[in-house]
Design a protein around this ligand. Structure first.
Ligand code: FAD
Ligand code: NAI
Length: 468
């Protein structure tokens, strides 16, 4: 065992929380190491999450368009799926991205320490490399950024062959004839969409009586209608009780949550996507007296844990499990360690579902405002009334903006339609500046763009929209 120099910061985990924190620490002149047990940097997001899923969503969306939409535009083609090539371009993009993080580590003098990190008492991180070699790092500050892993379901054993989690679903060897997705959350709907577009019959089984909990209810209804029209089937209010793998596929048993007869569903493949849980296995939290909450999350106050000199950020802490939330916390935590004023605007963290149509939102939903007793005004604008959407034959969806009835401050925005992932940022900026809806309504937007719908919705709040 060897002991190395003392670091200002040792970060455990090299995902969006860990790598963004490490790079910011390097920029601020802190001596920093980032420990990760994977073969590449980037964590869940780059290796088996955001990036490979978006690669498949993009490619499968174009395939779907070539099959169903090109003819309308006067382009006749007969597309043929080349799944190995689709997987290859995904893997190449992922490698380029993880190499990019590696490059930024070098540029910002971050030491990448490969191996499993364990806190071994205050100021000590023990790293066990793949070959078993152990190194102890001394640290003035330890930052836990160990992320999350898929939640399991009793009776449904993941084998990554027939019953897969999101990681398996990103690399299926063939297009399933039938795919059953358990959980109508973000992963289920995104990856379910990928395989439906490529030709699978997709059925989504959800415990609740609605899809996408947390999404504005009106948007969720429109979203479900749209996915159903595309051929995705939904079984809501159903509880999966078991899965048996046979020669031909999987036999899934389920029963209505409200009571009633059990059912069996046969499928080629099953994707389990019922949420993710914080990952702290073998982390040595007990050595510094940290006890995670009941669900395994590490509780923090401004990214400080209950143990002096130990911080936690990203999916392993409470709040939305999103890469940009992890990134914001990383920067704020490191700036706080460096004696600056770190800040995260937790009320303005956008959410996006990268399906067709896309769904994007920020701030509060109508349901949340009603529950809080806030009096609000609604401005809504459908893409059927937007010229660019009409010209592109992409008129599905709408923009809805919610503003305080007394002050006109923007309190939330809920978008559904193509490209809304690229549009929501405007409302994030507006909310950061505590803009009134009228500020957006009076801001000149380029014509013809879908972004005019953002302005028109705000004009709707003021009562002067141009909707026919
Ligand atoms: P992680 O990215 O999970 O990184 C943690 C890292 O720590 C891992 O590399 C792990 O190997 C390492 N580690 C853990 N324990 C140890 C240890 N003891 N020693 C050494 N290393 C350790 N979010 C979005 O915002 N947009 C999206 O489009 C999106 N798409 C997603 C799609 C899928 C299929 C999935 C699964 C997730 C998606 N997410 C998305 C969520 C996003 O991936 C996470 O919110 C994000 O990765 C969290 O970052 P993190 O750094 O906290 O944790
Ligand atoms: P999720 O929390 O989004 O959805 C899980 C769904 O499963 C919910 O609808 C829930 O009601 C349902 N469910 C729970 N238990 C069930 C059961 N026993 N049977 C049937 N249904 C059940 O979780 P998901 O989709 O696994 O994603 C995990 C996280 O990953 C997300 O919360 C999100 O933070 C992140 N992610 C983000 C993406 C993005 O930003 N575009 C993309 C993919 C993942």
């Amino acid at each position: 065992e060897t002991t190395t120099t003392t670091y200002d910061v040792v970060i455990i985990g090299g995902g969006p929380a860990g790598y963004n924190g490490a790079i910011r620490a390097g920029q601020l002149g802190l001596k920093v190491a980032c420990v990760d047990k994977g073969p590449t940097l980037g964590g869940t997001c780059l290796n088996v999450g955001c990036m490979p899923s978006k690669a498949l969503l993009h490619a499968s969306e174009l395939y779907d368009a070539a099959n169903h939409e090109f003819a309308t535009l006067g382009i006749d083609v007969s597309p043929r799926l080349n799944l190995p090539q689709m997987m290859k371009q995904k893997a190449e993009s992922v490698t380029a991205l993880t190499k990019g993080v590696e490059f930024l580590f070098k540029k910002n003098k971050v030491d990448w320490v490969k191996g499993a990190g364990r806190i071994a008492g205050p100021g000590k991180v023990e790293v066990t490399a793949a070959d078993g070699a152990v190194t102890t790092l001394e640290a003035k500050n330890i930052v836990i950024a160990t992320g999350s892993e898929p939640s399991g379901l009793p009776g449904v054993a993941i084998d990554q062959k027939r019953i897969v989690d999101s990681t398996g679903a990103l690399s299926l060897p063939e297009v399933p004839k039938s795919l059953v997705v358990i959980g109508a959350g973000i992963i289920g709907l995104e990856l379910g969409s990928v395989w439906r577009r490529l030709g699978a019959q997709v059925t989504v089984v959800e415990f609740l009586d609605r899809i996408s909990p947390g999404m504005d209810a009106e948007v969720a209804k429109t979203f479900q209608r749209s996915l159903t029209k595309q051929g995705m089937e939904f079984k809501l209010g159903m509880k999966v009780t078991g899965a048996a793998v046979g020669k031909k596929g999987v036999s899934l048993t389920m029963e209505p949550v409200a009571g009633g007869a059990a059912e069996t569903l046969e499928a080629d493949y099953v994707l389990l996507a019922i949420g993710r849980r914080p990952y702290t296995e073998g982390l040595g939290l007990e050595s510094v007296g940290i006890t995670p909450d009941k669900r395994g999350f590490i509780e923090t106050d401004h990214w400080k844990t209950s143990a002096p000199g130990v911080w936690a950020i990203g999916d392993v802490t409470l709040g939305p499990m999103l890469a940009h939330k992890a990134e914001d916390e990383a920067v704020a935590c490191i700036e706080t360690i460096a004696g600056k004023a770190g800040h995260v605007a937790y009320g303005i963290i956008p959410s996006v579902v990268y399906t067709t149509p896309e769904v994007a939102w920020v701030g509060r939903t109508e349901e949340e405002l009603k529950e809080a007793g806030v009096v609000y005004k609604v401005g809504k604008f459908p893409f059927t009334a937007n010229s660019r959407a009409k010209i592109n034959h992409e008129t599905e969806g709408f923009v809805k903006i919610l503003a305080d009835a007394a002050t006109d401050e923007v309190l939330g925005a809920h978008l559904i339609g193509p490209s809304v992932s690229e549009m929501i940022g405007e409302y994030c900026v507006a909310m950061e500046f505590r803009a009134a809806s009228e500020d957006v309504a009076r801001t000149c937007h380029p014509h013809p763009t879908r972004s005019e719908a953002l302005r028109q919705a705000a004009m709707g709040v003021e009562g002067w929209t141009m909707q026919a």
